[in-house]
Design a protein around this ligand. Structure first.
Ligand code: GTP
Ligand code: MG
Length: 451
C-alpha cells in the first residue's frame, strides 16, 4: 500500500441499491476537498447538507457531508464522510468525480490500516473491526466489541510489563559477569515466568472458542444411509435445504448451512451416509464425510432408532469421544428397536423425530449448551483470541518454558535474557509491534473496501 499521505476514497456501503450510500475520504487533501464541496470552512463533526456538483458543475445529488479534523478521526487523518442517495450509479458518479479531484481508490482495509499506523488503535483492535463487521451471533458481537475496546491489548500489555520486570531483575547481573544471580532472585524470576506461562496458557485456551465465534460452531451430521440426517438438517434449518428420499445414499456430497441458535451461530454440515459397502461414487462422498468429521467441533451421530444400530468402522469410532458427540436417536415416531434404544448409553442422547418435530427443542437446547461449553472464562471480560494471536502466544509459551530451564541449569544470564526478549517480541506481535510490513499488508488486505 502507498504512503499514508495521499488521499483515499471508497464507497463504504454495499454496491447494491439501498436508501443511502456512504463514501469515505481520508488523507492530506481532505480539508481542501471539503472546502470545495461545501463552499466554506467545514465545521468539524457537523453534518452539512450540500448540493453535490461534479467538476463540470453538473448537479448530481443532495448530500450530507461530515468533516473530521485529524487526529480526532477514525484514521487519525482529516476525514470526510459523504452520505448520498443509495443509487449505485449515482454513488459511482460521485466516487469517480472525487477520484478526478485527486483522490485514489482505497485498497481493502486501508482506512483501518491508517488508523493502526497512526496509533488510533492496536492491531488486535483493528482485527476486532473485522470481527464486528462479520459477527454472526450475540456472543461473537460481544467478543468483538470487547476486543475493539482494547480488552485483549490490555491483557497482553499487563503481561509484557510483568515480563519486563523479570527481565530487569536478571539483566542487572549481565554487567557483573563474575557474580552469579543470587538464588533468591533466581527463584523469584522462575516463579514469575511460571505464572506468566500459566497466563499465556489461559489466553491460548480461548482460541477454540474464538474460532467457534468467528466461523460458527462446526456441527457435522453423521450416520448410516437413510438414518434421517438430511431430514434433521432441514428440521433445524426450518426449510427444505437438503434432498430427502427413502433411497439410501441420497446425499452424495456434503452441504453446509448456518443457523443462529441462542447466542451462537452454528455451521451444520450434512454428509453422505456411512454405507459399509459403498459403490465408487458413494465411497468418495464418505471420504468427504470423514474429512468433515475430523474438523468438526461437534458430531451429531444420527441413528435410526427403529432399526438395529449400525456397525461403524474403527476410523469413525476413534473420532467419537463423548465430549464432542451427541447421539440423535431419530424416527421416534416409529416403534423402537430394543438394541438401538439402549445403544451409546455413555453418551449424551436425544430422541427426536425429524418427521414430526418431536424432541427438536431438546436437541436445540443440547446444542446451545455444547456451544456454550467452549467458552473459557478469563476474568470478567469476554476474550476469544484468533489464529494469529494463538500462533504468537504458542511461541511465547515455548520461550518462557525454555528460559525457565536455562535458569534452572544456571546457563549464562545473557542466554536467558535473549530468550525472554524473544518472548517480549512474540507478545508484542499481538498488539501489533510488528516490523514485518508484508504481514501487515496481507492482514489488512483481508478487510473489505471502505474499512
Ligand atoms: N418415520 C420417520 N421417517 C423419517 C424420519 N426422518 C427421516 N425419515 C425418512 O427416512 C428417509 C431417509 O431420510 P433422509 O433424511 O434422506 O436420510 P439421510 O440420512 O439423509 O440419508 P442419506 O442421504 O441417504 O444418507 C426418508 O424417507 C425420510 O422421510 C423420522 O423421524 N421418522
Ligand atoms: Mg441425506
Amino acid at each position: 500500500m502507498a504512503s499514508p499521505q495521499d488521499t483515499i476514497v471508497a464507497l463504504a456501503t454495499p454496491a447494491g441499491t439501498s436508501a443511502i450510500a456512504l463514501l469515505r475520504i481520508s488523507g492530506q487533501d481532505t480539508a481542501r476537498l471539503a472546502r470545495d464541496l461545501t463552499g466554506g470552512e467545514p465545521p468539524p463533526r457537523t453534518a452539512q447538507r450540500v448540493d453535490y456538483r461534479d467538476r463540470q458543475g453538473t448537479l448530481l445529488d443532495d448530500i450530507l457531508c461530515t468533516f473530521f479534523r485529524g487526529p480526532a478521526s477514525y484514521t487519525g487523518e482529516d476525514t470526510l464522510e459523504i452520505t448520498c442517495h443509495g443509487n449505485p450509479y449515482l454513488a459511482q458518479r460521485i466516487l469517480e468525480d472525487l477520484i478526478a479531484r485527486g483522490c485514489r481508490a482505497a485498497e481493502p482495509g486501508e482506512f483501518t490500516q491508517r488508523a493502526f499506523l497512526n496509533g488510533r488503535m492496536d492491531l488486535s483492535q483493528a482485527e476486532a473491526v473485522m470481527d464486528l463487521i462479520h459477527a454472526r451471533g450475540e456472543r461473537a458481537l460481544a467478543a468483538a466489541n470487547q476486543q475493539l475496546r482494547g480488552a485483549l491489548g490490555r491483557h497482553v500489555t499487563a503481561m509484557i510489563e510483568r515480563l519486563l520486570g523479570a527481565l530487569a531483575r536478571i539483566e542487572a547481573y549481565i554487567d557483573f559477569p563474575e557474580e552469579d544471580l543470587p538464588p533468591e532472585d533466581q527463584s523469584l524470576v522462575i516463579k514469575e515466568l511460571e505464572n506468566l506461562q500459566a497466563d499465556v496458557s489461559k489466553l491460548l485456551a480461548t482460541n477454540h472458542y474464538g474460532s467457534v465465534l468467528r466461523d460458527g460452531l462446526g456441527v457435522v451430521i453423521l450416520g448410516e444411509p437413510n438414518a434421517g440426517k438430511s431430514s434433521l438438517l432441514n428440521a433445524l434449518v426450518g426449510r427444505e435445504r437438503a434432498l430427502v428420499s427413502d433411497t439410501p445414499g441420497t446425499t452424495r456430497d456434503y452441504l453446509e448451512e448456518r443457523i443462529l441458535l441462542g447466542e451462537h451461530c452454528l455451521r451444520l454440515i450434512d454428509t453422505a451416509g456411512l454405507n459399509p459397502k459403498p459403490e465408487a461414487i458413494e465411497q468418495r462422498g464418505i471420504a468427504l464425510s470423514l474429512e468433515r468429521l475430523a474438523e468438526a467441533d461437534l458430531v451429531l451421530l444420527v441413528l435410526d432408532r427403529s432399526r438395529s444400530p449400525p456397525v461403524l468402522s474403527a476410523e469413525v469410532l476413534d473420532q467419537l469421544q463423548p465430549k464432542r458427540t451427541l447421539i440423535v436417536l431419530n424416527k421416534q415416531d416409529l416403534p423402537a428397536d430394543a438394541q438401538s434404544a439402549a445403544a451409546w448409553a455413555d453418551f449424551e442422547r436425544v430422541e427426536v423425530s425429524a418427521l414430526t418435530g418431536h424432541g427438536l427443542d431438546a436437541l436445540k437446547q443440547a446444542l446451545t449448551a455444547r456451544a456454550q461449553s467452549f467458552h473459557v472464562e478469563l476474568g470478567d471480560e469476554l476474550i476469544a483470541i484468533n489464529a494469529r494471536h494463538a500462533d504468537a502466544l504458542a511461541r511465547a509459551s515455548e520461550g518462557l518454558s525454555l528460559s525457565q530451564t536455562l535458569l534452572k541449569l544456571n546457563h549464562p544470564i545473557e542466554l536467558v535474557s535473549s530468550e525472554l526478549r524473544g518472548v517480549l517480541a512474540n507478545l508484542g506481535e499481538i498488539a501489533g509491534k510488528v516490523d514485518n510490513e508484508r504481514m501487515l499488508d496481507q492482514l489488512f488486505a483481508s478487510f473489505c473496501i471502505g474499512k
